[in-house]
Design a protein around this ligand. Sequence first.
Ligand code: PEP
Length: 263
Amino acid sequence: MRRLIAGTGWKMNNTVAETRRYAQILGQWSAGQDLSAIDIFVLPPFTSLHAAASAFSDTLVRTGGQNMHWDDSGGWTGEVSAGMLVEAGCRYVELAHSERLQHFGETYACVRLKVDKAISAGLTPIICLGETAKEKAAGRADAVLMEQVLTSIEGQPDQRIPEVVLAYEPRWAIGGAEAASPDYVAERHAALREVLRKHRSEEVAQQTRIIYGGSVTPENGKSLIGIADVDGLFVGRAAWTPEGFARIIELVATAAREKSLSA
Ligand code: PEP
């Protein structure tokens, strides 16, 4: 059975002091919960990574970067390497977030290089995948997802693929008013799993986790995490407070218990 995931990306929010406060509140809450069946991550901005890793060190919460460069060092002003993230206590790194693609011109060809470096450094890459509103309207969602995922994992041997987390984040649903409908999410996740099955193997398809992100809230999260092919929730705004993230974690932990009972 795939371990479910509850994760949040903070974007450009939370100073070091705010990070410590968030971790203290979430840490106190989580101490009274049984969260051993799920994986939990937070993705602070670079300057708060070290503080987050140390503030969460006695909890099950792991930290990750929101981006990284594919090179180890050198003339890449403004960038950080996989090794630097590891040194700051990271276990994860988010790649190809829609805001990176939209505002900073990132491409999946670069993402492929980053995936390779991240895995080699011992980081779990969270690879964001998603179609734009225009691509959705043109009925191209699954073709776009296939192209993105195959480019991102190109050159990786099959045994490495389950080490990545795929995050289906429809670009039109991020930062919006509404998440994609459960039926729509179920179709896209099934299509992504089918791509892994067809282009890799049944084993890779069964082992690789595919999480959903895009306007998830504690209210709509229950029906999304209940979908068989959805292996976790990736949340922005609704988890920017520790109380909000606690509600999402609770949903995922409950779903993990239910899914294991029905397995
Ligand atoms: C995101 O930015 O990845 C995201 C999922 O944001 P939100 O939940 O706020 O839509």
